[in-house]
Design a protein around this ligand. Structure first.
Ligand code: NAD
Ligand code: UDP
Ligand code: UDP
Length: 316
């Protein structure tokens, strides 16, 4: 099959491409390199089944493909808030263009949506039926309202134009190839611990998140794409931790001498988040298999190698 992956040079997209290339598909990676890196797909650049296109999804593009995995969009609050108007354009115009493409070539269309559509949830854990509690005018809105519109577009193209869609709501995911300056909690804590800096816990650290290792997530993507169920479906690891617990685990694993330092909690920071994955278990026979400690070890090893290569490792 010929498969388009938008955002394919990013963290999750590049792991997905590794899986698709391993299954002998033809893969087109489309990325504007806003937060993605050529390095992430370097191993495939000379492969005859692989093509890399520098393109911004907010502009139309004509391609002939059988499937589209639409992931293009910055995912970390630091990056998506840097240029919020661009973020919402990417979510709205970018998704519209990819749905227009899917309609024209009759490709199956997969949308990477997010647990952020639940906002700061009043229902815990969050099932797919929960409609969310989102601030329309806050600093996270460009991302979470953008993804809500992207879901709406997908379902309207499905009802109106028979586009074959799949929609997944991704909960916090981590693993090798996260950016060093990504701003997300797992990468921040690991880089801080490896460099002997204090781990920056925002607020009192009692807010919770549930962290899924990237290989588990990609397995869920493939299962949904190959399934008749269109979603939306939650994919994430139900293991819930406070941010303080995460800081202490990483501190213990990397550098017990690293200090913890509290910084102000960002505006609209969700208090807690945990996926209800009953649907993924029943419809896709999927559940995560990589425990947090094991996933963190793999992620720490990757950061250690990269920081060492750049001469930025201070704790051995
Ligand atoms: P990432 O920032 O590493 O990857 C996003 C990729 O999209 C990057 O390569 C970036 O350069 C590219 N991109 C951004 N805007 C673009 C544009 N206008 N045109 C073309 N390419 C563009 O982030 P990620 O963690 O790999 O996230 C991938 C997808 O998964 C995103 O859609 C994100 O919203 C979603 N998601 C991720 C998480 C998570 O925890 N990582 C959670 C929920 C949802
Ligand atoms: N589009 C695209 N590639 C295609 C087909 C469509 O980028 O192969 C874009 C198109 O430019 C438009 C969007 O997708 O902006 C929606 O297309 P659709 O055909 O649904 O709407 P229309 O073009 O009729 O407004
Ligand atoms: N966080 C933190 N220190 C950091 C980065 C993030 O305490 O250096 C907190 C953040 O306030 C949030 C949680 O960790 O409560 C997860 O943040 P992240 O940006 O990784 O993801 P999201 O908020 O989008 O789930």
């Amino acid at each position: 099959m010929r498969i388009l992956v938008t955002g394919g040079a990013g963290f999750i997209g590049s792991h997905l491409i590794d899986r698709l290339m391993g299954a002998n598909h033809e893969v087109i990676c489309l990325d504007n390199f806003y937060t993605g890196r050529k390095q992430n797909v370097l191993q495939w650049l000379n492969h005859p089944n692989f093509e890399l296109i520098r393109h911004d999804v907010t502009e139309p593009i004509r391609l002939e493909v059988d499937q589209i995995y639409h992931l293009a969009c910055p995912a970390s609050p630091v990056h998506y808030q840097y240029n919020p108007v661009k973020t919402i354009k990417t979510n709205v115009m970018g998704t519209l263009n990819m749905l227009g493409l899917a309609k024209r070539v009759k490709a199956r269309f997969f949308l990477a949506s997010t647990s952020e559509v639940y906002g700061d949830p009043e229902v815990h854990p969050q099932p797919e039926e929960y409609r969310g509690s989102v601030n329309t005018i806050g600093i996270r809105s460009c991302y979470d309202e953008g993804k809500r519109v992207a879901e709406t577009l997908a379902f309207d193209y499905h009802r109106q134009n028979d586009v074959d869609i799949r929609v997944v709501r991704i909960f916090n995911t981590y693993g090798p190839r996260m950016l060093e300056n990504d701003g997300r909690v797992v990468s921040n804590f690991i880089v801080q611990a490896l460099q002997g800096h204090p781990l920056t816990v925002y607020g009192d650290g009692s807010q919770t998140r549930s962290f899924c290792y990237v290989s588990d997530l990609v397995e869920g993507f493939i299962r949904l794409m190959d399934n008749d169920y269109i979603g939306p479906i939650n994919l994430g690891n139900p293991g819930e931790y406070t941010i303080l617990e995460l800081a202490q685990s990483i501190q213990k694993m990397v550098n017990p001498d690293a200090a913890l330092k509290h910084e102000p909690l960002p505006q609209d920071d969700p208090r807690r988040r945990q996926p209800d994955i009953t649907k993924a278990k029943t419809m896709l026979k999927w559940e995560p298999v990589v425990p947090l400690k094991e996933g963190l070890e793999l992620t720490i090893a990757d950061f250690r190698t990269r920081l060492e290569a750049e001469g930025k490792l201070t704790v051995s």
